[in-house]
Design a protein. Sequence first.
Length: 240
Amino acid sequence: MTKVSQKIIRVGAMVTVLATIAAPHTLANERVAQTVTADRDSEEKTGESPTVRKSTSGAEASRKNVVLDATTEASALQLVDSHLPELRPILENLRRVQPKAYRKAVIGLARSSRRLEALRQRDEPTFDVELQELKLRTQVDLLTAKLKVRDSDKDRSELQTAVTNLQSVQVQRLQLEVEFLKQRVANAKQTLETAQERLKSKQSDASKQIEKAIEASLRKAGRLDAGRKRNSKETVANDE
């Protein structure tokens, strides 16, 4: 660990960096949420994203009560070792210097790890873009924190490159989001057309469908033949 990095730890800049990295991403949450039918139906009825609703005060309170156990820590460190190795020495120093900040950062990283893993299983292209964006955001945040401690032409140049690449990846993510929403609109349109056809059929053949429903109920009750005989007698009586 360099002296500059140690200074970053002391001024608490890394706490802000790690909090930013651990923040959930809207599109990733949305993609995962779409695999749950109940949430999807609720969203279509209310017009409010279940992801947004879950981020209200109750959810925030529950997050504060999350316990940092071995599984949670392992999940966070696996994400760091696999994709964000530059954070490992920072986390190790944070563990010694600011245990509470370390706990908060690790819990947030573990949450990101679980979300990314769920996304990887359901939507590989979006997972790749989200992961790349996470890496670039981490790079930007780290360079920003370093520049906060000491100005450097090298860091400024790297920051410009990282921000440019981040912008490109964010465009890719938004393109995927547009395609995702287009597909949802197409699916909704197909569902609407099917419902309209069923409504039209129900309205045009009402009497026939009533008769079929009565026959089905009589058949279930074992009275279908008796019902037909009764109807036959009534028809004869009316003719007389």
